[in-house]
Design a protein around this ligand. Structure first.
Ligand code: PRP
Length: 174
């Protein structure tokens, strides 16, 4: 069954443009911004956002997985792949596709802080505010969305639909 459109391709493009302007303004004059994309879901958002920034930036990736059930209910997060470059003394911006319970971003913020960066900030395309279990700050947020299963623009359901150009909702039973 086709996903139902929740956020159109155009709405995403406009919001990513606006986020890029805001982030470029905030980091103006800085030459040590490191964007850390969280695999897999953030790969499309990171690619679009990174290309719209007007400040110097380098790209890193990090990969995590949640222990136990796949809805992250346990809150335990495991690091699968760390950043490759040295982020000590750099401005780090974590780029996520979605913040659900908040456990992943909470873990990553703390973990990256331990590498001694100049700052750590967070950027997420979408957030399910109703699902929040930990209070984690999102410095740059694209959209608040309801608690539906969402796919597209990097997001998947069972690895399907990541490359849809829009964000849509699906029923897992479909
Ligand atoms: C998603 C998303 C975040 C995490 C958010 O990743 O990319 O990393 O879940 O959930 P939380 O706020 O409840 O911690 P997922 O585990 O689906 O992996 P993927 O990005 O590889 O699809």
């Amino acid at each position: 069954m086709e996903p139902r459109v929740l956020i159109s391709e155009q709405a995403i493009a406009e919001r990513v443009d606006a986020l890029a302007v805001e982030i470029s303004g905030d980091y103006a004059g800085s030459d040590d911004l490191v964007l850390v994309g969280v695999l897999k879901g953030a790969f499309i958002f990171l690619a679009d956002l990174a290309r719209r920034l007007t400040v110097p930036r380098v790209i890193e990736f990090i990969a995590v997985s949640s222990y136990g059930s796949d809805n992250h209910a346990s809150g335990a997060v495991r690091l699968v792949m760390d950043v490759r470059g040295n982020i000590e003394g750099k401005h780090v911006l974590i780029v996520e596709d979605i913040v659900d319970t908040g456990h992943t971003l909470n873990y990553l913020t703390g973990m990256l802080q331990s590498h001694g960066p100049k700052s750590v900030k967070t950027c997420a395309l979408v957030r399910k505010a109703d699902r929040s279990e930990v209070d984690v700050e999102i410095d740059y947020l694209g959209f608040d969305i309801p608690d539906n299963w969402v796919v597209g623009y990097g997001l998947d359901y069972a690895e399907q639909n990541r490359t849809l150009p829009y964000i849509g909702t699906v029923d897992p039973e479909d």
